[in-house]
Ligand binder design. Structure first.
Ligand SMILES: CSC[C@H]1O[C@H](OP(=O)(O)O)[C@H](O)[C@@H]1O
Length: 343
């Protein structure tokens, strides 16, 4: 059950403490379906098939997946096999490796008898940290939105966002949506243009669901409408999430983000990227070095709707799931440390 009007934790331990409970986001907004993961294999499938998605959520799910593997068998062989399996589930969000590496730091030095409990505790801590980081992003972003609204106090602040970087993509609050939730709760009138975000429609299906639940005014638009709205002065700022920011500040995010950044740059609309520090990858020099996930073309030629999917063409399709926005197009990064010109 979703607590109407509230963001909430999108991953928790199961009641017996030996599994993880997530929402099957493929069913949203039509059905609120919580599912229990019981193994590293379950977690890998849930990540790869996007039952759950979003960079921090991918990391959190993998962390519990490693703990579940150790609950069954805490040997080095199982530990290494689970790490390899989970790391290969999706290539682009750096949070996956970040979370798995921190799990390994915790459990590798321990005797087998202590590993499972320590692993679940570290996975819990990764989730708690994500919530705190995102709330801090929200607070810094709130100050930014308050300043932006002061420029047009006579009307709502119009924010455009792409994909879903909300509480469904994180453990809670979201990254790009955290400032929006806090601004709304603080009484600042905001309106959100929600890119539907083809082909998986994370915006139309998930961000719209979140904003509706929180009572935030919003309008779903086709991905190609953003530039038109910006050119007509209908967008005060763009805020997006990210799956990886490289050492030079390049931003990898859902496919289509780069085009939004180009339109924002051309229309002098500030373009903000919200990220917690685990999404920053100093070991990858530039955006050209990021592995871009190529998902199956069937996701493009089928459209998911209430009651199933329909096929829109018999032709084959290409389906790069992410693109890279050069740092030069980013106005600022909204982080838990503040709004920064560079991360
Ligand atoms: C806060 S991370 C959200 C980020 O993840 C999404 O990708 P996907 O839905 O494929 O996991 C998208 O890039 C969002 O901006």
């Amino acid at each position: 059950m979703i607590l109407e009007g509230h963001h909430q934790r999108s991953i928790t331990r199961t009641q017996d403490g030996r599994g993880a409970r997530i929402l099957d986001q493929r069913e949203l907004p039509w059905k609120v379906k919580w599912v229990e993961l019981r193994s590293a294999h379950d977690a890998e499938v849930a990540i790869r098939e996007m039952w759950t998605r979003g960079a921090p959520m991918i990391g959190a799910t993998a962390a519990y997946g490693l703990a579940m593997a150790l609950a069954m068998d805490a040997s080095d062989e199982t530990l290494d096999a689970a790490y390899t399996l989970l790391l290969a589930s999706r290539p682009t969000a750096v949070n996956l490796r970040w979370a798995l590496d921190r799990m390994m730091e915790t459990v590798r030095p321990l005797p087998a008898s202590e590993r499972a409990e320590a692993a679940f505790a570290r996975a819990d801590a990764i989730c708690d940290e994500d919530v705190a980081l995102n709330k801090a992003i929200g607070e810094h972003g709130l100050a930014l939105l308050r300043d932006l609204h002061a420029k047009h106090p006579d009307r709502p602040l119009n924010i455009l966002t792409h994909c879903n970087a909300g509480w469904l993509a994180t453990v809670d609050y979201g990254t790009a949506t955290a400032p929006i939730y806090l601004a709304h709760d603080a009484g600042i009138p905001v309106h959100v243009w929600v890119d539907e975000t083809r082909p998986r429609n994370q915006g139309a299906l998930l961000t719209a669901f979140e904003l509706s639940g929180h009572g935030v005014p919003h309008t779903v638009i086709v991905d190609n409408a953003g530039g038109h709205l910006m050119m007509n002065g209908q967008v005060d700022a763009v805020i997006v999430g990210t799956d990886r920011v490289t050492a030079n500040g390049d931003v990898c995010n859902k496919i289509g983000t780069y085009l939004k950044a180009l339109a924002a740059f051309d229309n002098d609309v500030p373009f903000y990227v919200a990220l917690p520090s685990p999404t920053f990858d100093p070991d990858t020099p530039t955006g050209r070095d990021i592995p871009i996930e190529e998902r199956h073309g069937d996701e493009v030629i089928h459209v998911a709707g209430e009651g199933g999917t329909i096929r829109v063409t018999g032709s084959s399709a290409a389906n790069p799931a992410f693109d890279v926005t050069p740092a030069r197009l980013v106005t600022a990064y909204i982080t838990e440390r503040g709004v920064l010109d560079r991360v």
